[in-house]
Write a protein that binds this ligand. Structure first.
Ligand code: BG6
Length: 804
């Protein structure tokens, strides 16, 4: 007889047994994992952060974990000699407190235990680290303890990281089977490059899973609740959390303190690096990310965060406004011992408009604002929903709390402000949210308390059952190895990649001065328009003298004159762009009236961006449905590359207007998976397309620019391609990267009915002067060859380019 295995004979019983064994095994494994001794080494134990938050956080960790299978030792470390260090550390430990609901006697007992477990030691040399490790091992042997792991908390300036990291890696790692966790505080670099260098350096000492980079905002209770809230209210939010319903998102962190006492740090970083690049960006990703199926999976959360970074639209100068409180420069002179004439450009206030270009969020403005010396201390995320309701009855008949006509919003109130504590608020006319009952409880407002212009009673309002400091939450996560509340290397670099171009472009901008506190009035109020953010109020002159710049825009009229014997329009940039946009619209309307369509060829580069934005946001009568868009030139990169002219057009114009897709004609630079290969005949293909669709290959309007070397389109000095001959479209070579280009030829440009040349900025001053004097010499200055044979040429120059 063949004896069947048990699994075949009694499958049900077998399954139950398997499950039971597995559960027991997992239980055993977990229990084993949970037992052991943990050494926590606080580097910088007598510093400010340690005094203010870290010791209290460690004490809280001890209170939470004592008696649960682990034993602890706490090593406070610093460079200070032992005796003095011990004194300072004792001071830092003086004010430890227990939660309000703990009996004082119990608290005193636990505090006593904690103090006995906490020792100061000087850690200065590599030898000191070796001794530390030996001491830990000796303690483990003496007390017969198994080592679970070691946590090193780097509460020291980043320049000290490398040496300490080297010492830990070479002589302070725990024995086999025990874990190492190293914790770092920001700043994690100053820009993308420095962040990358620091990351590479740390990566040579530690594994990614060993590193915990702290952003303490991720430990704030309201911030930590964003994902669980989205998860637990999926049903209600599924239809709402998107561009169709959300009007805008505000992520705000206002402070009343200024930077006094910290200027040497602040002067190098400023508010964007100090707050927006990290705290506010992390919050942005929590709000905007696609929700993972399992929000408690660190890996999934981190992956989704990274995806969100990929959807962020690049920032440009017009995405941000900056301010500086008036006393800042004098504080900087004092603290940095700078001479009287020193003025700092460091922003202490910034507002930045961010767009998330994906299907969920396209078109929804995310406003990030932070500043020092403001009128109040408050932090919050506010998701404001569109209101599509109309209430027929007069307002006095509206159900006070639930009328669909009242504002609809969800607020994660991080802290301070009128409310004074963390909270999650949901307008009652949205839905009743579900929050974890053991940790969040419904709050009743004080009579008369208003939030965002509405009585608190308009909201379902919840606050934490027990308020906890961010650091104590993060220390507990570090202890439990929960990585989702920390910044991975990839996450960090993605954030710097996003912020660095903006920071570079703002490096020499002068921030708006504000008095600080309530006196600031509405000086920093913002408004956004399309992709642009600006102050609502014009710069008041008395606050902001600009030596050397005597003229104001209002002193000038749009200048009508001639340049190279053609009409010239000259004005301040804003006015110039708006004039050019109006002229293009007028030309378009005329062409559509006469021929039924308008063929417009556009250049790339930075100057036309403002024009594209103006056309996208200010010209609702533009006949886009009948417009064909062509490219004047293109860089030989994939069309999806940020360097591609088509990308610029797409980002600043196409995605905001309704041009039928079959009227859009990108240059075929990318064929057969290669770029601008002669054999692929991309230039000839484009020329054929133009001949087929544009009558006489004569564009209605060609928009050109002028390079500082006199190039136009992608026709460069000393390079004969495209300057004359039969070819309509040519491949050319640029002295700048990317070198390979495709361009309309001069003969084709000169067939246009109208050519507009836009020249902006002081850097163009020299070439503008030079070209005004030269004759027809396209080989030296291709721009001098632009002269439409039967069309019109108009120059548009701003005052800086024209008058210098
Ligand atoms: C820190 C910044 O990260 O956050 C400080 O460096 C800022 O400039 C602080 O004051 C604000 O944190 P909190 O927890 O007080 O809101």
């Amino acid at each position: 007889m063949v004896v069947q295995p048990l699994s075949n004979r009694c499958p049900g019983l077998w399954k139950m047994l398997t499950v039971a064994v597995c559960v027991a095994l997992v239980g055993c494994l977990q229990a084993q994992e949970l037992r052991g001794h943990v050494s926590i080494i606080l580097l910088g134990a007598t510093g400010d952060l340690a005094k203010k938050y870290l010791w209290q956080g460690l004490f809280q960790l001890y209170l939470d974990e004592v008696g649960k299978d682990h034993s602890f030792s706490f090593h406070g470390a610093a460079l200070t000699a032992p005796e003095r260090g011990r004194e300072l550390m004792a001071k830092a430990l003086e004010s430890l407190s227990c939660p309000g609901d703990m009996a004082p006697s119990h608290c005193a007992e636990l505090k006593d235990q904690f103090l006995r477990l906490s020792q100061y030691r000087q850690l200065k040399t590599a030898e000191d680290y070796r001794t530390l490790s030996k001491d830990i091992e000796a303690q483990l042997r003496q007390e017969d303890l198994r080592e679970a792991g070691r946590i090193f908390y780097f509460s020291v300036p980043p320049f000290a990281y490398a040496d300490i990291a080297r010492s830990i890696n070479s002589s302070c790692r725990p024995g086999p089977g025990a874990w190492l966790r190293v914790v770092f505080e920001k700043p994690f670099g100053h820009d993308h490059l420095s962040a990358q260098q620091l990351a590479t350096e740390l990566g040579s000492f530690f594994q990614e899973e060993e590193m915990y980079r702290v952003d303490h905002y991720l430990g704030k209770q309201a911030v930590a609740q964003i994902l669980p809230f989205r998860d637990q209210n999926r049903r209600a939010l599924d239809g709402l959390w998107n561009r169709h319903h959300v009007e805008r998102v505000e992520i705000i962190m206002k402070e009343t303190v200024d930077a006094e006492g910290r200027i040497s740090f602040y002067e190098e970083y400023g508010v964007i690096r100090d707050i927006l690049q990290n705290h506010l960006t992390e919050i942005l990703t929590l709000v905007a990310m696609e929700l993972p199926l399992n929000v408690s999976s660190s890996a999934a959360v981190l992956q989704h965060k990274l995806q969100t970074f990929r959807s962020l639209r690049g920032l440009h100068k017009g995405s941000a406004v900056m301010g500086q409180y008036q006393a800042y420069s004098s504080q900087a002179r004092r603290e940095l011992q700078k001479p009287e004439g020193f003025y700092s450009l460091t922003p202490t206030f910034a507002g930045v408009l961010v767009h998330v270009d994906n299907l969920r969020w396209e078109g929804v403005p995310f406003t990030l604002v932070s500043g020092k010396a403001l009128d109040e201390r408050v932090g919050y995320v506010r998701v404001l929903f569109k209101n599509q309701a109309f209430c027929v009855q007069h307002e006095r008949h509206w159900a006070p709390e639930q009328s669909p006509c009242l504002p609809r919003q969800i607020i994660f109130h991080i802290g301070h402000g009128e409310l004074g504590h963390p909270a999650v608020l949901v307008s009652r006319n949205l839905f009743r949210p579900s929050l974890p009952a053991h940790s969040w409880t419904e709050v009743q407002g004080r009579p008369g308390l208003q939030v965002f212009g509405r009585p608190l009673s308009d909201f379902y309002a919840y606050s934490p059952v027990r308020e906890r400091d961010a650091y104590s939450i993060l220390l507990s996560h570090i202890f439990h190895g929960r990585k989702e509340s920390f910044i991975t290397t990839e996450n960090l670099l993605a954030s710097w990649i996003f912020w660095t171009p903006l920071l570079d472009s703002l490096a020499h901008e002068v921030p708006r001065l504000y008095p600080g506190g309530a006196d600031t009035g509405s000086l920093l109020d913002l408004e956004f328009n399309g992709g642009h953010l600006s102050f609502s109020q014009h710069q008041p002159e008395q606050l902001f003298p600009r030596p050397g710049l005597a003229l104001k825009p209002s002193d000038f009229q749009v200048l009508g004159a001639r340049y190279r014997e053609s009409p010239l329009v000259s004005a301040w940039p804003e006015e110039l762009i708006s004039r050019l946009a109006s002229d293009i619209e007028a030309t378009a309307l005329q062409a559509v009236r006469r021929f039924g369509k308008f063929h417009l060829a556009l250049s790339g580069g930075s100057s036309p961006i403002a024009l594209f934005q103006q056309l996208a946001t200010g010209h609702y009568g533009f006949p886009w449905a009948h417009t064909h868009l062509w490219l004047v030139d293109e860089r030989c990169v994939p069309l999806s590359d940020p360097d591609s002219n088509f990308q610029g057009l797409q980002a600043h114009l196409l995605q905001h207007v309704r041009v039928p897709y079959y009227n859009i004609h990108p240059m075929p630079v990318h064929l057969r998976q290669r770029l601008c290969a002669e054999e692929d005949q991309g230039a000839q293909t484009y020329a054929r397309e133009i001949s087929a669709l544009v009558a006489n290959s004569s564009f209605d309007l060609v928009l050109l620019g002028m390079g500082t070397d006199g190039h136009t389109a992608s026709l460069f000095p000393q390079s004969p391609a495209g300057l004359d001959g039969e070819q309509l479209v040519v491949l050319t070579h640029s002295p700048l990267r990317p070198h390979q280009r495709m361009s309309l030829s001069l003969p084709l440009i000169n067939r246009a009915k109208k050519v507009a040349v836009l020249v902006m900025g002081r850097t163009k001053r020299e070439i503008t002067m030079l070209v005004s004097r030269v004759g027809h010499e396209p080989k030296k200055w291709p721009i001098s060859g632009v002269l439409p044979s039967s069309g019109q040429l108009v120059w548009y120059m701003d005052y800086e380019a024209f008058l210098g």
